[in-house]
Design a protein around this ligand. Structure first.
Ligand SMILES: [Zn+2]
Ligand SMILES: [Zn+2]
Ligand SMILES: [Zn+2]
Ligand SMILES: [Zn+2]
Ligand SMILES: [Zn+2]
Ligand SMILES: [Zn+2]
Length: 239
């Protein structure tokens, strides 16, 4: 077990390991060099990291990630599929020929047997709270780790941040920018939806009745805005 301060960053339980086949760092996506004890691995989530990268790890462990979610949003799971060249967001291993599912909305991938440990951090598609001034709303990037489009470049350092070797790199599910794990924390949080901005209905334009909103307010809004109410799940469009 690593006894330095970096060892337990973000909930990981790192210990030194000797890897017997080519292995890549999930933090910087470079290869681990040497013949013995080339790096560390988290015993819980299989996060692999260089000695030199250990202290700057920013990705939370699968054991901690659910507790970091302030407002859980469930994923919309696909049918069972066999995904090539994708990695599980829970155990970080290849999906390959095992049965897997992914979220149709936010590209979260999991093995069927890892589904129970999935972090419920899907895109919030309705963030408007009645009474909130739209002028004060700042939309932030929604980061998803790994499984980036091939040849992705980092929005901050401009170098390649994509790899076919492990779950690495981050992408915003709204604007599509990609970056290294370390770089993503240095990118301004505000998301402007990228090139799709002119056609996006931003999530703060849509509300779902929430428990903290008084029922009269919800009913009042529904009565006034009946004509714009969608039929499936009671979403309200703020016109
Ligand atoms: Zn590294
Ligand atoms: Zn871990
Ligand atoms: Zn898995
Ligand atoms: Zn999702
Ligand atoms: Zn974004
Ligand atoms: Zn970068």
């Amino acid at each position: 077990m690593a006894d330095d301060a970096g060892g337990h960053r973000h909930g990981h339980s790192f210990s030194k390991k000797t890897f017997h086949k080519p292995t890549y760092c999930h933090h910087c996506s470079d290869m681990l060099w040497g013949l013995i004890q080339q790096g560390f691995i988290c015993e819980i989530c299989n996060f692999v990291v260089h000695d030199r990268c250990l202290k700057t790890v920013v990705s939370p462990c699968s054991s901690t990630a659910p507790s970091l979610i302030k407002n859980p949003v469930a994923h919309c799971w696909s049918e069972t599929v066999h995904h090539k060249r994708k990695f599980c967001n829970v155990c970080r291993k290849r999906l390959d020929d095992s049965e897997a599912i992914h979220c149709e909305i936010c590209e979260y991938y999991v093995h069927i047997e890892c589904q129970d440990f999935a972090v419920p951090d899907c895109k919030e598609n309705a963030t408007y709270l009645p009474g909130k001034s739209l002028g004060l709303v700042h939309h932030e990037h929604h980061w998803r780790e790994g499984n980036l489009p091939s040849n992705s470049k980092c929005a901050l350092c401009k170098k390649t941040c994509w790899t076919s070797e492990c779950l690495s790199g981050y992408r915003c599910e709204w604007c599509g920018i990609t970056c290294h794990a370390l770089c993503h924390i240095n990118i301004p949080q505000e998301c402007t939806f990228g090139i799709l901005e002119p056609i996006y209905l931003p999530p703060h334009a849509v509300s779902i009745p929430r428990t903290e909103v008084p029922m009269e307010a919800i009913i009042g809004v529904q009565v006034r805005r009946k004509e714009t109410m969608s039929h499936n799940n009671g979403m309200l469009l703020q016109s």
